[in-house]
Write a protein that binds this ligand. Structure first.
Ligand code: NAP
Ligand code: G4F
Length: 332
């Protein structure tokens, strides 16, 4: 039985990846950090919380990573842990760097020293491209020009993975993933903020949704599809870096149209307000990933399209908010 160590197990991707690997009969270990109030809701939502072996550890604490790696001696390591919210990275740049850049270095070093033959997946991101593109799309050959402390820290993580591959012959693969979402996406991200907001408006629990801008375009896919690509990268004979995306993009206005349409609201404009607090100091306007390399070499392709994804998210949020509304009514 293969052993996988996932950092970031409580997050969106950690939960979907754990579910995927358990179905493939892996023994799954999840690195989990000490917090005052532990939130296992993503793992519970996917019904995998009781099937994972949890190991205490933190990307900011090298000793804990060494001890985890020595104890498990995993075949595969998926480094998903991060301060993953771009917006807050301007307010907490040092924490973001410590986790996303130095944290990656700490775990790479632990792997190099104590289990150098393990295959290592690094969660890299389309944010590393900033606004650069080649004729409107980003490919593995597009130059990087990160535009947030988050993206700069992630670019350091990307190059560290490449450098450990080249310097020490380690199997390190970067997945350059474009935005991927699901019903367990954090509510601070724009998709879930909108699907949760639409459900609240539908049940009379909110009057509007406040957003920073309506014009960004993103290449939004489904997280459940993207974790398969992570695994496929580690099943190759040689380590390499891959863009994972749908190859299509949509604006926030498209997102609003689709989400409000799902609950029968045709004109969303009266429910959406612009609020400067959600506007970013520097913005990425358009992301659209060229996923040809992943299709050809990994045999991967996305299964869930944009409309299906947003409808799925709205439907789950409607069920959740319906329960909240019922509880509130019973209290009256
Ligand atoms: P997420 O839901 O925000 O999950 C982040 C995870 O990292 C959580 O489990 C969190 O644990 C953990 N974590 C944060 N700081 C940590 C630390 N110091 N030590 C150990 N664990 C820590 O993120 P996601 O959407 O699943 O994304 C997974 C990875 O892919 C991230 O690296 C992200 O930057 C990257 N990525 C995501 C996307 C996307 O669209 N989702 C696209 C490209 C790349 P707590 O529960 O304790 O907070
Ligand atoms: O949903 P977002 O916060 O995602 P963003 O910044 O693209 O980052 C996500 O995807 C990256 C991959 O490209 C990951 F690396 C990263 O970890 C994360 O998962 O914002 C999407 C767009 C942005 O242009 C943002 O400015 O939506 C715009 N937006 C407009 N109003 C908003 C809001 N975003 C948020 N979160 N909240 C708003 O009110």
């Amino acid at each position: 039985m293969k052993k996988a160590l996932i950092t970031g197990i409580t997050g969106q991707d950690g939960a979907y990846l754990a579910q995927f690997l358990l179905k493939k009969d892996y023994k799954v270990f999840g690195l989990i950090r000490r917090v005052a109030s532990r939130d296992m809701s993503n793992l519970e939502y996917l019904d995998v919380a009781d099937k994972i072996s949890f190991i205490d550890g933190d990307l900011t604490d090298e000793a804990s990573l060494i001890s985890a790696v020595k104890r498990i001696y995993p075949d595969e390591i998926y480094n998903l842990a991060a301060q993953s919210f771009v917006g807050i990275s301007w307010d907490q740049p040092l924490t973001t760097f410590d986790i996303n850049a130095t944290g990656t270095l700490r775990i790479l070093n632990a792997v190099k020293t104590f289990c150098p033959t393990a295959k290592f997946y690094q969660a890299s991101t389309s944010e590393m491209f900033g606004n650069s593109n080649d004729k409107g799309v980003q490919s593995e050959a597009t130059y990087f020009h990160p535009r947030s402390p988050y993206a700069i820290a992630k670019l350091a993580g990307y190059w560290l993975a490449v450098n450990y591959r080249e310097s020490y012959n380690m199997f390190c693969a970067n997945g350059i993933l474009f935005n991927h979402e699901s019903p367990i996406r954090g509510k601070e991200f724009v998709t879930r903020k909108i699907t949760d907001g639409v459900a609240k408006i539908k049940f009379g629990l909110a009057e509007d949704i406040k957003l920073g801008n309506l014009d960004s375009f993103r290449d939004w896919g489904f997280a459940g599809d993207y974790v398969e690509a992570m695994w496929l990268m580690l099943q190759q004979n040689n380590p390499d870096d891959f863009i994972i995306s749908t190859g299509e993009n949509h604006s926030i206005k498209d997102l609003l149209n689709t989400a409000f349409n799902r609950v029968g609201i045709k004109d969303w404009s009266r429910y959406v307000k612009l609020d400067p607090q959600y506007k970013r100091p520097s913005e990425l306007f358009t992301l659209k990933g060229q996923n040809g390399k992943a299709k050809e070499k990994l045999g991967w392709k996305p299964k869930v399209g944009f409309e299906q994804l947003i409808n799925m998210m709205v439907d789950v949020d409607l069920e959740r908010i319906k329960l909240v509304a019922k509880k509130l009514k019973n209290k009256e």
